[in-house]
Write a protein that binds this ligand. Structure first.
Ligand code: ADP
Ligand code: MG
Length: 211
């Protein structure tokens, strides 16, 4: 059986995983992580609780450049609760990576505080569509160095009516990026979003929840 040690992740990440008590990757993690480390765009379908955060989070943390203070990875999530939760899990996974800043931007946070914090941009930014488009419209956020985009809970992003905001955020990133989409279901809307935002995606699907 695959363990995290077989996935060729940085030792700093293996230390974070060990502290979290994660030893065996979940099915979505063992199928998505190698593809993401190879640089593919990935569209993944797996139910809630199947470990999707670490499935995109580990490759993302593995490949970013901590010497560079620019937003290198953007994670789009539908709600502020998820923004807080995903940031927290990424922070725990990346705890042993030096010089790493992860921020979460969402409605209900003071916009001015977020803008001020961008004087020292995080390498990883987690945010909700409304708040991120506010920053883009007010030209306070530079996404031109972003190399990775994660659309997390894509079905919910669309169900909640964020299609336009998602399109605007996607358009603000360089086309040469890696794009990762995770969803619990593959609705027609999600399939369209994949067709519009991902390049030659690999599809991964995990049905059983094993945590
Ligand atoms: P999803 O996004 O698919 O709903 P999460 O990424 O939030 O699921 O993970 C669900 C829970 O499982 C979280 O508490 C997370 O810390 C835990 N978890 C994730 N991967 C593993 C693993 N490989 N081993 C043990 N626990 C894990
Ligand atoms: Mg999730």
């Amino acid at each position: 059986m695959t363990t995290f040690n077989d996935l060729q992740l940085k030792p700093e990440l293996l230390a974070g995983l060990q502290e979290l008590g994660f030893t065996i990757p979940t099915p979505i993690q063992s199928s998505a992580i190698p593809l993401l480390l190879q640089g593919h765009d990935v569209a993944g379908q797996a139910e809630t609780g199947s470990g999707k955060t670490a499935a995109f989070g580990l490759p993302l943390l593995h490949s970013l450049n901590t010497e560079l203070q620019q937003v290198q990875a953007l994670v789009l999530v539908p709600t502020r609760e998820l923004a807080v939760q995903v940031r927290q899990e990424l922070k725990q996974l990346g705890k042993h990576i030096g010089n790493l800043k992860i921020s979460a931007f969402y409605g209900g946070h003071a916009f001015s505080q977020e803008r001020a914090s961008l004087a020292h941009p995080p390498q990883v930014l987690v945010g909700t569509p409304g708040r991120l488009t506010d920053h883009l419209n007010r030209r306070t956020l530079d996404l031109t160095h972003a190399k990775q985009l994660v659309l997390d809970e894509a079905d919910k992003l669309l169900e909640m009516g964020f299609e336009e905001e998602v399109d605007q955020v996607v358009a603000a990133l360089p086309p040469s990026r890696q794009t990762i989409l995770f969803s619990a279901t593959m609705s027609e809307g999600v399939k369209e979003l994949i067709a519009d935002s991902l390049q030659h995606p690999k599809f991964v699907k995990a049905t059983a929840t094993t945590i």
